[in-house]
Design a protein around this ligand. Structure first.
Ligand code: SPV
Ligand code: MG
Length: 307
């Protein structure tokens, strides 16, 4: 069910006056010359924290959402579980959310259903990758690429279903699968012809050379989105110089949470006390402030005890 809280309603009212989430995402990814960042979120809390930190857009990461649910990034989480997680992310921030839709959970029909449900829940766009169902995380294994024409059909079906108010990013896994630059470029052209708004090119190399070579060959026929998880040592100035549109910081909140939780669990167990960790964890007041308990208090005054 949709959250009908005061803040959610106020948010929807704000958005009807301003531009829609997808218009904002489109402006930043597709028609801005400034390098744009999308920060990973996997639940309402991480989304709210990313917004507080100052990010202007979110990546609803398949890997991180699966991980938070205790699943592997292998389509173990169902499309409807992903849609539910996205709803919590959307309702927790004002930011546009680009959703990692994996391969669309099947064929063109599953992909267009996923896109329609994501748009209904307030996502701003979806990234679909040319993998086969069930997919595997790009860094886990080599995996088969989808047929170009079949995947283009998935893109066209999504475009025909949600085109008007939704950003469609086509993600190419050809370099991940070791198929080479020519195959990546061929796919990029096919996906542009199929109606994609941007191309996400992924690489498993620890240097950005492949990505930068792609950008040179592609010449920005459509904006380029990248995920520098493995080539994290490359400074973002290289991406600005290459006229990359968008960098996705894809999984760092989830990985930070793992490291922090692991450390706290260990210390509580070994020290049999929480006194030494108190200074390094969030206070309850911070929790209440982050989730806007003050809004609940004023709503109670208005609705429970009207004067
Ligand atoms: C994700 O965040 O789920 C991604 C990015 O698809 S990656 O895991 O780097 O492939
Ligand atoms: Mg993913």
């Amino acid at each position: 069910m949709h959250d009908q809280s005061h803040s959610a309603l106020a948010k929807r009212a704000d958005q009807s006056v301003d531009s829609s989430p997808s218009q904002r995402l489109r402006a930043d990814v597709c028609s801005s010359s400034k390098l744009f960042f999308l920060m990973e979120a996997h639940d309402g809390l991480s989304a709210a924290l990313a917004e507080r930190a100052g990010f202007k857009g979110l990546w609803a990461s398949g890997l991180s959402i699966a991980c938070a649910l205790g699943y592997r990034d292998a389509n173990e989480a169902s499309w409807s579980q992903v849609v539910d997680a996205v709803e919590r992310i959307v309702d927790s921030t004002q930011l546009p959310v680009l959703v990692d839709g994996d391969g669309g959970f099947g064929n063109f029909n599953n992909a267009r259903l996923l896109a329609r449900k994501l748009r209904q829940r307030g996502a701003a766009g979806v990234a679909l990758e040319d993998s086969c169902f069930p997919k595997t995380n790009s860094f886990v294994d080599r995996h088969p690429l989808a047929d170009v024409d079949e995947f283009s059909g998935r893109l066209r079906a999504v475009k025909d279903t949600v085109a008007q108010d939704f950003v469609l990013v086509a993600r190419i896994e050809a370099l991940i699968g070791g198929h080479g630059m020519d195959e990546a470029i061929l796919r990029a052209h096919a996906y542009a012809d199929a109606g994609a708004d941007a191309i996400l090119i992924h690489s498993r190399r620890s240097a950005a050379d492949e990505i930068l070579a792609f950008a040179r060959a592609w010449q920005n026929r459509l904006p380029v989105v990248i995920i520098p998880t493995k080539y994290y040592r490359t400074p973002v100035s290289a991406y600005r110089k290459a006229h990359i549109s968008t960098v996705i910081w894809a999984n760092h909140a989830m990985r930070a949470a793992i490291a922090a939780m692991r450390q706290v669990y260990h210390r509580i167990l070994t020290e049999e006390s929480t006194s030494s960790i108190e200074p390094s964890i969030a206070t309850l007041d911070e929790v209440f402030e982050l989730l806007r308990y003050d809004e609940l208090a004023s709503a109670e005054a208005r609705y429970l005890r009207p004067s």
